[in-house]
Design a protein around this ligand. Sequence first.
Ligand code: GDP
Length: 441
Amino acid sequence: MAFESLTDKFQNIFQGLKKKGKLSEADVKAAMKEVKMALLEADVNFKVVKQFVEAVRERSIGQEVMESLTPGQHVIKIVQEEMVRLMGAEKTDLSFSPKPPTVFMMVGLQGAGKTTTCAKLAGLLKKQGKKPLLAACDIYRPAAIKQLQVVGGQLGIPVFSMGDQHDPVDISKAAVAHGVQNHHDVVILDTAGRLHIDEAMMEELVAIKEQIGPQEVLLVVDAMTGQDAVNVAETFNGKIGIDGVILTKLDGDTRGGAALSVRAVTQKPIKFACVGEKLTDIEVFHPQRMTSRILGMGDVLTLIEKAQESMDGKKAAEMEQKLRKAEFTFEDFLDQMQQIKKMGSLSDLMGMIPGMGQQMKNVEFDEKELSKVESIILSMTKAERSDPDLLTPSRKKRIAAGSGNSLQDVNRLVKQYEASKKMMKQMGGMMKGKKGKKGMF
Ligand code: GDP
């Protein structure tokens, strides 16, 4: 699960802080030392860690925190706020040219996921009502053109190509002209990558940028490479000038170093995060939501959005209401699990449910696990399903026997359900406060 180890460490540090009635300067110092270690182990850039810890420490030893009745909570809030700030505070939208087509030039090293991401981005824009064109400008990597045609085809998005015998600058120009002729409002250039940064690649990219004048140059980097991704971003920004970063393979990134450092090091925003191999596995990068996920506080907003995408409108509205009021029952829980299967990687989605990631991290989410949950819930009476408070030990025993599971299985499910319900109540309160605010649903 993404950021697993960092989330674990923060949870432990926070537990320690919450236990203390009053915090001394020494307590804060000790906690900050742990935060520092956790971030360094997560492969966050050294300078970024230093600045982050210093900012949190300075605010945490302020009078307001020290004299507060819940200083631990205060410090946690400061960590959260500083982390949001580190990743850019607010989400950064793509900009579009007043005179279409808007050209997005995608750059990055080979294997980072550039071609896949071109298609994902085109798919996302298509969903928003745009008419994108993909352009195959990578003439070096064998099969790159074919790959773009395949993924474009899967999404019903046209792909412009001139084979591999033309100059990439000429291909880019022809692609834009083709875009104008065919009334495309967005042209996405899939440029060539290399295994490592080399001068010839950089020169070619600079030439395309100069000749085409794209609205945005978007750098695709592999989050799993941690600080390497940050170094790549720094180099590309220095040599070509980038407008934003797209982080890929966040689903496999257990550390989080790239997500936490890229913005601070390059001063360029992370615009999107890719979280899987499917062409729909792309999300707008929200610093606040990412912070919640990293700190183990869940990400209900993204979960709701994903649900809205894969459910019909009525069901989604019902779920939103239930989450807001924290009224959801075991039946909804089961319904969700079934829906979630449609939405993507189960363990990553579980990480978005407050309180779930931590408890479920060792559970392999496969068909078997889902049918276990299903059998337990189906063995409950209707009343039990909608009012979990009815679940006395003897009823749990009956449910375990009836569903062919152990009592521990039942207890675990109830615990998970209760933890997420509790956290949802808190999140529900937070969401109510933010209702109507731009950027929320
Ligand atoms: P390119 O060389 O940069 O064009 O990279 P590709 O688009 O060919 O992707 C390289 C590999 O990474 C492929 O196997 C992709 O399926 C995979 N990939 C791309 N993005 C993601 C992602 O967000 N998550 C995961 N798990 N795999 C990804």
